[in-house]
Design a protein around this ligand. Sequence first.
Ligand SMILES: Nc1ncnc2c1ncn2[C@@H]1O[C@H](COP(=O)(O)OP(=O)(O)O)[C@@H](O)[C@H]1O
Ligand SMILES: [Mg+2]
Length: 242
Amino acid sequence: MRVPTSIPGFDELVEGGFVENDVILVTGGPGAGKTTFGIQYLYEGISRYNEPGIYLTLEESPARTIRNMWRFNWDLERLIKEDKLRIISADRPIYEKHSYQSINSDSNSDERETTIETLIKNIAYQMHEIGAKRLVIDSITSLKISADPVEVRHLILGFITQLEKLDCTTLVTSELPDKSENFSVEEYLVEGVVRLHTFRVGGRKNRAIEILKMRGVKHDEQIHHYSITDNGIIIRKGTASP
Ligand SMILES: Nc1ncnc2c1ncn2[C@@H]1O[C@H](COP(=O)(O)OP(=O)(O)O)[C@@H](O)[C@H]1O
Ligand SMILES: [Mg+2]
């Protein structure tokens, strides 16, 4: 079973859409369009397939997200009123507190587990309430508040494992420095990775999209141009090189 994003030009790169119930990562630098990609996936799911969705924001306030998405004429407030969309905002300081505790040797790591668990329970509860089939987590980078890579890996692994258990097709965003050649921990853990490249050619900003992996899918392996327009993201097939 496939879950089409209906983002113009995208689904044909992955044989029709995401595999149902997979966790897919969308990575890119600041301003690459990760939030737009995520909201577009939810918006199209609701308007074309009547599939309710959940958006978990770990960065912007829900009010800011709603306001920003107006520029694409996406009326998220209406979708929330119709019980087709829920925006959940997570409390970042909680993670900071628990991370701080677990760095210290007398830490109670159960408490941190509980925090992730509480967040997942909240998502599962809201999912059940509106019958959500699509979930977006924006962004997982906000959870990487520890300086200890082992700690970060443990936290991200725990979170993604819990997301995989949910009966939802999940898109997770993650922040990546421009032109980074390194892989981040979450890229190894998820079923699929979509990378949004931004780069400059002669002073002009260019955008290119690439499917790095999609387990069980004969996915496209080229790099394609994409633009952010008044109607959201559009992918133009044809090679682009970052
Ligand atoms: N109508 C528009 N036309 C062209 N570009 C736009 C439009 N609206 C927003 N953008 C671009 O979208 C980018 C923001 O995308 P966003 O999804 O917030 O990125 P990210 O979440 O990766 O930081 C901005 O950098 C801006 O250049
Ligand atoms: Mg964003």
